[in-house]
Design a protein around this ligand. Sequence first.
Ligand SMILES: Cc1ncc(COP(=O)(O)O)c(C=O)c1O
Length: 468
Amino acid sequence: MSKKIDAGENLSDADLLKLEAQYCSWGDTVHYAKELNIFTHCNGSYLYDKNETPFLDLQMWYSAATFGYNHPRLKAALDKQVATLPQLACQYLHKEKILLSAMIARDVEKKFQAKGRVHFNVGGASAIEDAIKVVRNHTKKNPVFAFMGSYHGRTLGATAITSSYRYRERFGHFADRANFVPYPYCFRCPLGKKKESCGFECIKQFERLFESEYYSLVNTKTRQCEYGAFFVEPLQATGGYIIPPKGYFVELKKILDRYKILLVDDEIQMGFFRTGKLWAIEHYGVTPDIMVFGKALTNGLNAISAIWAKEELISPEVFPPGSTHATFSSNPLGTATGLEVMKLIADSDFEKTVPQKGAYFVARLKELQKKYPHIGEVDGLGLALRIEICRNDGFTPNRELTDAIMNIGLSGQLTSGGKKHGLVLDVGGYYKNVFTLAPSLYITEAEIDLGVDLFEQALKKGIAETGS
Ligand SMILES: Cc1ncc(COP(=O)(O)O)c(C=O)c1O
């Protein structure tokens, strides 16, 4: 066996899967799928296996590879950094870190008229931890609000503000568990209201909780709230790409301002033009106190993450050297790629192209919705799109069919032009019945058409397989 491992290139996929079953932890999310694929290369919107089967990827590494796989300009920037300064302890400075911080901070200053600074870390959840530190340091309060349906990562701190108890259940007591507030999931309004006529009843209910000390949030005499911050996703990502109604965040922010509750905007999945703007929160006309981002910051190459915080929260006087640190945080391969991402954005026209492509994709999916009652809702903001899969009443969540479609896509047995194709989809949502589509921002209309065609094939097969 050891000889075989040494000569790994000769192993069949079946041999590799046997090794995986024995030696890889199953504690990650690989085994959510029935089909286990071993991919060998990637380009643009496609992943390939060793048989060269193209798998059209409509989720792009949960939006990390937003600018497409193997992007030549980003790859060149990374290669250049590999050839010059590939390694440097984060204790020392390099140009790309400084320029990237400045580019982001200046962008935020221009858009939100708020001065601030950038602090790097290695992954989304680690940056969330840093945001929690900044909140606690500034407010001297531990309790925070977050939304039902939220996902902020799987470190212990991030898990405490992520709504699913499933992620906490086996890992001890979470004393700092957030107070989870219902999110405006209008297709399944938790209050049973209709979007057109609700008058933001969900916000009103939240506001009522500040009226009396007996509702547990506030000392009405001092107007002091026990909670230091509200962690929000501008579009709920893992929760099912749920787009809040217009005006929601403005109303929420009014309440937060009244009680000096910081707004922490988690842009980890929705940032970098996923929604048609660099920061998704730009759609809503509110200014965050802290922003957290990662994933597409480096297009998934040599990942780094970061927070931006307002100057008064992160100035050296209040957040001095050593307040937080990780060995690989601002590593030069990551910052060089991040800097190139920001330059690429500056040279591109995503503000125009992303909404156009998103509108085309949604229109195509709505055509499909007319044919299949199993598609309960199609919605999108830019190229963050959702397809909610239901029973044929168009409303009851249908997880079985959703899983079947996902696995059919991954089987690589769909066809187009007489050639085998696969389809890569990600499932999210409160009932695990939502396809959260995050295609490459460079996806073409022809690829969107192909995606809709492959999806319809998988949907038909799935309906037959599950008897839905
Ligand atoms: C909104 C949001 N926050 C935080 C995270 C955690 O990021 P990471 O997986 O890089 O730790 C994710 C990951 O999917 C996310 O979507």
